[in-house]
Every structure is written in structure tokens, then in C-alpha cells.
Ligand binder design. Structure first.
Ligand SMILES: *Cc1c(COP(=O)(O)O)cnc(C)c1O
Length: 381
């Protein structure tokens, strides 16, 4: 029995071409990109090559990309960086109640420092309302941070409309696009967005490397102080291999976007169809809005069977999925996303997130649906 990986929203396998690129860099180049000698220049060329490639694929200027240690740092850099730079204008931030913890916990830390944060509610699809957003804007609002696509349920937000509203009001707009990259087309300059977070390991790149897009002219205080790297926006010797791998991963994810999303849509639809056939349509509830969502995410519930029980049973069958809720010390903590969507309690308690990606096959999907049907039959007896 081979294992089946359906947790790509948590992390993805490194693409062989990315691994090769990184190996080439790690074995062929060393030195510090800030050094003035030939070794340093070679390292610098790797960094600027990857930056140019990413900028071309993401529709921005290379100077507008800051390399970070991942999505979490990018989110923190956007929030703390803008909060500090704009504090004379105001100390009010608007975000949503379904953000990744990298945004939510950063906002909570800012509240402790005297900032005020409005957490917008979402509808049962997990979408922020523009009327609620408009009503939350104040004269002292300095930043709106609303994610592009949600990591638990896949819901896409009306990014263009939110950005236009922010622009109209002269408020900076940050979006966490960590899950959206590779799932939808992203062109930084074509979107009314000032700051956008990315992470490599969600798109078949390495862990521990990310980037923040910072639109030209956006005021941002650095999080880290030290050397003059990244145009003084992020001190620290560059993660050479990580940056090279990230560039390759972005190239692969964006060049084959159509192909990739079509196949993900097909896998998701095939999974629902097979599960319906094997277990019956009333055996599960779908929490992901199938329209306007990231194609690789499917959140569903099996009412009556806790997420924990289902995950354990899946794990025994060597199927890796995730729960919409995190278990802490035996007590079941419900997902803040499903809670904000106001789903019935039994739906929240039994939610499972399946997330698809590179290498998943129709056979794996069918096998998983069959295994779930068997598990359901046994547990519901
Ligand atoms: C994974 C993820 C992050 C965190 O990125 P890391 O690179 O793991 O730090 C932030 N936001 C979203 C939406 C994510 O899915």
C-alpha cells in the first residue's frame, strides 16, 4: 500500500526541477552576495536572476520584491512595516476574521502596542462583504489586509473590488496570496494591491523562503535590522539556494497555470463524484464554495464523525489530509475560519480539508473516496 498525500495546502513536495536548480546553486556557488569579489558577484547574479524571473512572472518590477524567510515573515513584514511607517497618519487596521494566523496573530500583537484592529465578518461561503468593509473604514485607517484565497476552505475574496475601495480612500492594501499563487493568475501591477505575500513551499518550492511584493513608493519600516540587503528592507545574508529554487518554482507554477488549474478542478470534481457514488450524497457536506475558490482545496464535513477520528482513520490507511480544526491537549478547538462562516456546530466538528497537487492521480482520488466510504460504513454502524 502506498501513501496518498492530500495535504498540499500545508506544504508541497519539491518539484524535481526545483531540487536540481537548488543543487546546482549549492554545489556550484558559494560566497556572500554582498562581497565585492568574483564569488560574491556570482552569488549576487543568482539572487538577481531569480528576482528578475519572478518579477516577470508576477507582473512587477524586480525592485518591488523583497525576499523573506516565508509567508509568515512576509505577512508580518507587511503589517508591522506599514503600522510603523504610517503611525503618524493613524493606528487603525482592517482585516478579516478568516486570515491565516500569520496575519491574525500579528494583528493581535499590534493591538497590544496600541493599534486598533477591525476583524470583518464573512458570509457562509467565507467571503468578506464590501458594504461591511466600507462601513469599517475610518479617517485613521492605515491598512486593509485581506487574504487572496483562504487556506482552509479555498474561498477567493473580491480582491479587485477591495483594492479599488482602498485606493479610493487612500488606504494601503495588503493581501496574503500564499495559497492563491499557482491557483489563479496573479499580476501585481494589474491588481489594485500595494503589498502581496508569497511562499515557496506551497508551490513545490523549498520551505523557509518567501517574498513580499511592495509596490513602488509604499512606505514600509523593516522588521530586521542589520546589513543593507534587499534595498535595506530585509537585513541578512540571502538564502541563495532557496531564492534560486523559489524562482524556478514560480516559473513552473505560472507557465503551466492553465494546465495545472484544469487538472486540479478535475481532481476535485472527480473526488466529489466518486465519494457521492461510494457513500451517497447525504454522507457529507461541502464547506468549500465550488465557484470562486482555489481549485486545489476541498473542505468537507462528515457530520457525526469528529475531524480527529476521521483523520486517524485516514492516516491508518496512509492517506494524509488535514482538519479544519486544530486539536490542542485533547480538547477540540474549532477552526476560526469555519466558526466565522457560522457553520452548524456538527459541521465544524467534523470538517476535513483535502488539498490536491502535483502528482495526485485520479486513481488516488478514487481510492481515497472508496476508503472513506468504508470508514464511514464502519463508524456509522
Ligand atoms: C502557509 C501559509 C502561510 C505561511 O507561510 P509559511 O511560508 O509557511 O510561513 C501564510 N498564509 C497562508 C494563507 C498560508 O497558507
Amino acid at each position: 500500500m502506498t501513501s496518498i498525500y492530500l495535504d498540499h495546502a500545508a506544504s508541497t513536495p519539491v518539484h524535481p526541477e526545483v531540487a536540481q536548480e537548488m543543487l546546482n546553486v549549492m554545489t556550484g556557488t558559494y560566497g556572500n552576495a554582498s562581497s565585492v569579489h568574483g564569488f560574491g558577484r556570482a552569488a549576487k547574479r543568482i539572487v538577481s536572476g531569480a528576482r528578475d524571473l519572478m518579477a516577470a512572472k508576477l507582473g512587477c518590477h524586480p525592485n518591488e520584491l523583497v525576499f523573506t524567510a516565508g509567508g509568515t515573515e512576509s505577512d508580518n513584514m507587511a503589517l508591522f512595516g506599514v503600522a510603523e511607517a504610517m503611525k503618524e497618519k493613524g493606528r487603525h487596521i482592517i482585516t478579516s476574521s478568516i486570515e491565516h494566523h500569520a496575519v491574525l496573530h500579528a494583528c493581535e500583537a499590534l493591538e497590544k502596542r496600541g493599534y486598533e484592529v477591525t476583524y470583518l465578518p464573512v458570509d457562509p461561503q467565507g467571503r468578506v462583504g464590501l458594504d461591511e468593509l466600507r462601513a469599517a473604514i475610518r479617517p485613521d485607517t492605515i491598512l486593509i489586509s485581506i487574504m487572496f484565497g483562504n487556506n482552509e476552505v479555498g474561498t477567493l475574496q473580491p480582491i479587485r473590488e477591495i483594492g479599488e475601495l482602498a485606493q479610493e480612500q487612500g488606504i494601503l492594501f495588503h493581501t496574503d496570496a500564499v495559497q492563491a499563487l499557482g491557483g489563479v493568475a496573479i499580476n501585481c501591477h494589474e491588481l489594485p494591491v500595494d503589498l502581496m505575500s508569497f511562499s515557496a513551499h506551497k508551490i513545490n518550492g523549498p520551505q523557509g523562503i518567501g517574498a513580499l511584493y511592495v509596490r513602488q513608493g509604499t512606505r514600509l519600516e523593516p522588521l530586521l535590522h542589520g546589513g543593507l540587503q534587499e534595498r535595506k528592507r530585509r537585513a541578512g545574508t540571502e538564502n541563495l539556494a532557496g531564492i534560486a529554487g523559489f524562482g524556478k518554482a514560480v516559473e513552473l507554477a505560472t507557465d503551466k497555470l492553465e494546465e495545472r488549474t484544469t487538472s486540479l478542478h478535475q481532481l476535485r470534481a472527480a473526488f466529489i463524484a466518486e465519494l457521492t457514488e461510494q457513500a451517497g450524497r447525504d454522507a457529507f457536506v461541502i464547506n468549500t464554495p465550488l465557484e470562486q475558490s482555489l481549485p486545489h482545496i476541498l473542505n468537507m464535513s462528515f457530520p457525526g464523525i469528529t475531524s480527529e477520528t476521521m483523520l486517524m482513520n485516514l492516516d491508518m490507511q496512509q492517506i494524509a489530509a488535514a482538519s479544519g480544526s486544530a486539536c490542542t491537549s485533547g480538547s477540540l478547538e474549532l477552526s476560526h475560519v469555519l466558526q466565522a462562516m457560522n457553520l452548524p456546530e456538527n459541521v465544524q466538528q467534523s470538517a476535513i480539508r483535502f488539498s490536491f497537487g502535483l502528482g495526485n492521480t485520479t486513481e488516488e482520488i478514487e481510492q481515497t473516496a472508496q476508503k472513506i466510504a468504508t470508514i464511514l460504513k464502519r463508524l456509522r454502524k
